[in-house]
Write a protein that binds this ligand. Structure first.
Ligand SMILES: [Zn+2]
Length: 141
């Protein structure tokens, strides 16, 4: 197992899971906790002995604050999207995936991580999304 550094971040957001058989099809929200795990691309620590400074990992937390915190995450293919955008155009975030915890983790690893960590010598290797204190999903490369 390669060396890694992790940082977590809490944010609040609404969503609904299109096609869900139960109550998650309704508009509702969570106090999410996200764990980011970062690894050095070359597998080596820096001269100080770090994967990357914990403060620098915060760029991933800032993405959550800027893009998703206190917003409503709605899949671009969700038939409710046009109505919800009319009600709150600033509050609705159109995402290219049905916003389950699994898909959110995959999006962060596949799309946000490579952009946000470009040029740092590190990559986002794993994301864990806790939707509640009991339920979480993870994705890793
Ligand atoms: Zn939910």
């Amino acid at each position: 197992m390669p060396v890694s550094a992790s940082r977590s971040h809490d944010f609040s957001a609404g969503h609904r899971v299109h096609g869900h058989e139960g109550k998650c099809q309704h508009l509702h929200g969570h106090n999410y906790r996200v764990h980011f795990e970062v690894v050095p691309i070359d597998g080596a620590l820096d001269g100080v002995g770090r994967v990357m400074d914990f403060g620098a990992i915060k760029v991933l937390c800032n993405f959550l604050e800027r893009e998703w915190d206190h917003r409503l995450l709605i899949w671009v293919n969700d038939p409710w999207l046009p109505v919800l955008q009319q009600i709150d155009p600033q509050g609705v975030v159109m995402v290219p995936f049905n916003p389950t915890a699994e898909r959110m983790a995959m999006f962060l690893v596949d799309n946000a991580g490579p952009v946000l960590l470009a040029g740092t010598g590190c990559r986002l290797a794993k994301v864990i999304i806790e939707e509640t204190r009991k339920c979480s999903a993870s994705f890793s490369l």
